[in-house]
Design a protein around this ligand. Structure first.
Ligand code: MG
Length: 265
């Protein structure tokens, strides 16, 4: 069942999204050479608590034998998503995907950015640019009357046109009182298929992009998803609400990011 949000619910989701956006904005300053991913995690957790919110990922899923142990997913280089923070020290030239979720008064926000650590290669810069642009391509399709397949196809087409691949096993998703609600929206698909989009739907759209082959594997910690071929990967995500006209982004990490991304293309 897809739950369309009321204005009162959207107000809480805006608050949750603002907290998530703030964490990611600060990560731009914090993700520097010499910092460990555990330090980034601790700072994120502290900031979320200071805003009277709760980290969404820590302990997820409830009742699991192996719940996610941290506030952020920190996925470096060939790690695509669900990287577990720890003693790894960031090096100049790394790229790191930071994914974070927060619950505010029972409602979730969920977003991710992939950041450069110091100076990065031209190939890595291109991968980040294309993956972020794929996110805004997806958001542009999140309109009443479109279908989820329009979003999926937009992500896949844009990414493949630039010579990269989208993940097959992990999806964008509905979000609200739960972090993962219906519908699931794959990174690949066909226009005109899938769930009809309606005003008041809230979805977390997240292109997960591999610079090499699309195959992935999961490390022995049962969380970290890596490119099977070891090549660079990137991931961007926003929580948005479908409205008349353009979708509203609830997890802004910078006011003018969409316009700037357009200019960079
Ligand atoms: Mg998500």
């Amino acid at each position: 069942m897809i739950h369309l949000k009321s204005d009162r619910e959207l107000e809480k989701m805006r608050q949750a999204g603002q907290i998530v956006g703030e964490v990611l904005a600060r990560m731009r300053e914090w993700a520097q050479p010499g910092v460990t991913t555990a330090e980034l995690d601790a700072r994120a957790e502290e900031l979320i608590h200071s805003r009277n919110a709760i980290p969404s990922f820590k302990g997820y899923p409830p009742g699991s034998d192996n719940p996610f142990p941290a506030t952020i997913c920190a996925s470096v280089n060939e790690e695509l998503v669900h990287g577990v923070p720890g003693p790894r020290v960031l090096q100049e030239g790394d790229i790191i995907s930071i994914d974070v979720g927060a619950i505010y008064e029972g409602y979730h926000g969920d977003a991710a950015v992939t950041l450069p650590v110091g100076e990065i290669s031209a190939e890595a810069q291109r991968l980040l640019r294309v993956t972020k642009a794929a996110l805004y391509e997806a958001i542009a399709k999140a309109r009443p009357g479109n279908r989820s397949g329009d979003i999926s196809a937009a992500m896949q087409d844009y990414v493949e046109r630039h010579g990269y691949n989208v993940v097959r096993e992990y999806t964008s998703h509905g979000i609200g009182r739960q972090m993962h609600e219906d519908p699931q929206i794959p990174n690949y698909g066909r226009p005109g298929y899938g769930v009809l989009l309606r005003k008041g739907m809230t979805v977390a759209l997240e292109p997960m992009v591999l610079s090499g082959d699309y195959r992935v594997r999961v490390l022995d910690n049962h969380w970290t998803v890596v490119a099977a071929d070891g090549k660079l990967t990137a991931h961007f995500e926003h929580t948005v609400v479908v409205r008349d006209g353009e979708a509203e982004i609830l997890t802004q990490w910078a006011q003018d990011d969409r316009a700037r991304t357009e200019q960079e293309r």
